[in-house]
Write a new protein. Structure first.
Length: 248
């Protein structure tokens, strides 16, 4: 398996996502991992903070969590619901994921701006995959990835906020391990694993590497329409959220 970074000059304003990627020498069967920020920039999902008018709820949340009230307002607008606030962050649910500040970020954008999550990440992934098929004649998989903190761990890893062209999760239940034990609860998070590989190659600061190719990955190809429900569990079933709410 190979992981190949794709270097692209800094973009400003809206741009054609496919056109920005197509000069790389892709091969049939490649998995293309694209930064969610790069996708958001391509579609203009960038907000000038001066244009945001915080409401009463945002001001209260901002005060209690020690964050900017304009950022708090954006989190309210962008999240499905807010779980809890901690100093510096609002922990929110967005598209089946726990996302600090609903995935809103102020890095890798000009000062005074904030970048939101893509409007329709699964739709974007589908359309991008189709363009590779139509214009280059190759079948590829697409992962739109973000970096994410893991509970109790230092630093970020990758997570797939959307994908297209392959099954994002593979059910391993019923298979046997090396010692003949039957797996009873194991699912393989394929899209998240690929996102982590891509994010590792892209970097987190000024690398100007908003995409990467994972070549040689074994996936289950599909043309079916996917959504975040194919990749997430209900919050009431999540081991971390449930565990933090229950007393021993």
């Amino acid at each position: 398996m190979e992981i190949l970074p794709i270097h692209i000059d800094v973009k400003r304003g809206r741009f054609d996502l496919f056109a920005s990627l197509r000069n790389f020498r892709f091969k049939d069967g490649d998995i293309i991992v694209v930064s969610s920020k790069f996708v958001s920039m391509s579609e203009g999902s960038v907000v000038n903070l001066d244009s945001v008018r915080p409401g009463k709820k945002a001001k209260l949340l901002a005060k209690s969590c020690h964050i900017d009230d304009k950022l708090a307002e954006l989190v309210i607008r962008e999240s499905d619901f807010i779980i809890k606030g901690v100093p510096g962050f609002l922990l929110a649910m967005r598209g089946g994921m726990v996302a600090p500040n609903a995935g809103i970020d102020k890095s890798n954008v000009p000062a005074g701006q904030a970048i939101l999550y893509p409007r329709d990440p699964f739709g974007t992934a589908d359309r991008l995959r189709q363009k590779f098929l139509v214009h280059l004649g190759i079948r590829v998989g697409i992962v739109i990835a973000d970096s994410r903190l893991m509970p109790t761990r230092i630093g970020t890893t990758g997570i797939a906020i959307a994908c297209s062209g392959f099954e994002p999760v593979e059910d391993q239940r019923g298979k046997k391990d090396l010692f003949g034990n039957v797996l009873r609860v194991t699912f393989k998070a394929v899209a998240d694993a690929l996102a982590t590989m891509g994010v590792a190659a892209m970097g987190e600061s000024n690398e100007s590497t908003p995409a990467a190719v994972v070549r040689g990955a074994q996936v289950v190809w599909t043309d079916r329409k996917l959504s975040w429900r194919d990749m997430a569990v209900d919050p009431g079933q999540d081991i971390y959220l449930r565990g933090l709410q229950e007393e021993i």
